[in-house]
Design a protein around this ligand. Structure first.
Ligand SMILES: Cc1cc2nc3c(=O)[nH]c(=O)nc-3n(C[C@H](O)[C@H](O)[C@H](O)COP(=O)(O)OP(=O)(O)OC[C@H]3O[C@@H](n4cnc5c(N)ncnc54)[C@H](O)[C@@H]3O)c2cc1C
Length: 402
């Protein structure tokens, strides 16, 4: 494929995954057009954990130091029995030598998107990001894709691309138009995300920056960000979602976690449902799916956005090889390398994390905690567990697939 005559690669969606793909392709001089339906980067509360290999990947483009500046380095994470304060703790410093970033970084995903946007605007003239331009539909032939989109002014236009990448999230229009089955299920419960300036670290002894907690009333997680705590909660037994997401109800739940006279200010509340789904096929001709458009998983363990960025890194290489004259079959290799990993590592691991925390039986919780403590006490198992949960094992398995 000749760069000077080939149409660009069209990417639908300027979420973290679409922008990482555009960044990597752009650094190789490959022209891209990113169509984004929102008028600006969405600052809603979503992912907030960056795993070590993702930090390694983003470091290649100088993005990681900017994230570290705005984030919080979390060297450890815990699973805790809230009532007694007992915990199993995992320490990512044992991954030294396996990664240049042996820790999790706590930082909101929109900060990554804004760093990516800034670098693209500054350094990559052949990457065009069109905000407020939703993809409407597309058609493809053997050698190109025509993508129809709307402009903020109300026009409907068409752009020709060499490939179309659907990085347009869980409700992907690209996936829907391909009419691919998105098998899996949606969990019955709704998670309530809330943020607060309440200093849990001053009230709960030996708290890490990342804590998955069992409590008598159910389960919650406490994740510290640079300037606030992010708490995942659930409605109480018999409580409607509307009641559970009211400011007073959320404040009460925070107070239950750390009672005291101090105020529990609630900054933001965001309810969401959890899905475990993977699309039947990642590639159809010249149209490819990445990130949430291809797979959705429980946020437990923070793997959704990370896995999507890993997809983007892998896919960018395949597109570059095709761009430089390689066979389009390279796209099948992307699917072979990434789809099984999404299933076996991201969906299954996050599903196991979720199931462990949803366990209500006290005896089973105690057994799970003790099993984790034994794992944490055994150096080889401790490291193997962290290689797995930090997504390093999955990436290595992926790279070994032909
Ligand atoms: C409430 C919530 C909490 C979460 N918490 C976590 C967490 O703790 N840890 C974790 O790892 N993950 C979490 N996730 C998941 C994580 O946010 C996603 O995995 C991540 O955003 C995936 O990135 P993406 O770029 O694939 O998709 P998205 O971030 O969804 O980006 C898709 C983009 O495509 C755009 N778009 C949609 N349709 C079109 C169209 N037709 N044309 C053009 N553009 C379009 C959207 O506006 C959006 O900007 C959470 C998600 C939610 C909703």
């Amino acid at each position: 494929m000749n760069l000077s005559v080939s149409p660009p690669i069209i990417i639908a969606g300027a979420g973290p995954v679409g922008l990482v793909l555009a960044l990597r392709l752009g650094h190789w001089g490959i022209p891209c057009v990113v169509l984004e339906s929102d008028p600006a980067i969405n600052r809603d509360l979503r992912a907030s954990t960056f795993h070590p290999p993702t930090l390694d990947m983003l470091d290649e483009y100088g993005i990681t130091p900017g994230l570290i500046d705005q984030g919080l380095i979390a060297p450890t994470w815990q699973v805790r029995m809230h009532a007694t304060g007992e915990f199993a703790q995992f320490d990512l410093s044992v991954l030294e030598g396996e990664t240049a970033h042996p820790y999790r970084l706590q930082c909101e995903q929109w900060r990554l998107s804004e760093l990516l946007m800034a670098q693209i605007a500054r350094d990559l003239p052949h990457v065009q990001v069109l905000m407020g331009h939703p993809l409407v539909s597309f058609s493809q032939t053997d050698d190109h894709v025509d993508v129809t989109y709307n402009t903020p002014g109300g026009e409907t236009l068409t752009v020709r691309g060499a490939f179309l990448v659907g990085a347009d999230g869980g409700r992907s229009q690209v996936r829907k138009q391909l009419d691919l089955s998105f098998d899996g299920h949606t969990f019955p419960e709704t998670t309530i995300l809330a943020t607060t300036h309440f200093p849990f670290h001053d009230h709960l002894p030996q708290l890490a920056f990342i804590n998955y907690c069992w409590s008598e009333a159910g389960t919650f997680s406490l994740l510290r960000l640079k300037h606030l705590w992010r708490v995942s909660l659930y409605p109480d037994e018999g409580q409607s979602l509307e009641e559970a997401t009211g400011l007073d109800a959320v404040r009460d739940k925070l107070k239950r976690i750390a009672p005291g006279t101090q105020d529990h200010p609630v900054l933001e509340v965001r309810p969401y449902r959890i899905h475990q789904r993977v699309v039947h096929q990642y590639v159809v001709g010249r149209v490819v799916l990445v990130g949430d458009a291809a797979h959705l998983n429980s946020p437990s363990g923070g793997m959704g956005m990370n896995g999507g960025i890993h997809d983007a890194f892998n896919l960018a290489e395949k597109l570059r090889d095709i761009w430089q004259g390689g066979s389009i079959d390279g796209l099948q290799r992307y699917e072979r390398q990434r789809r099984p990993i999404a299933i076996a590592h991201v969906l299954e691991q996050s599903g196991r994390n979720r199931a462990r925390m949803q366990e209500r039986d006290m005896g089973k919780r105690r057994a799970a905690l003790e099993a984790l403590q034994r794992k944490a006490d055994d150096p080889a198992e401790h490291k193997a567990h962290l290689l797995n949960t930090s997504m390093i094992t999955g990436l290595r398995e992926s790279a070994a697939i032909d």
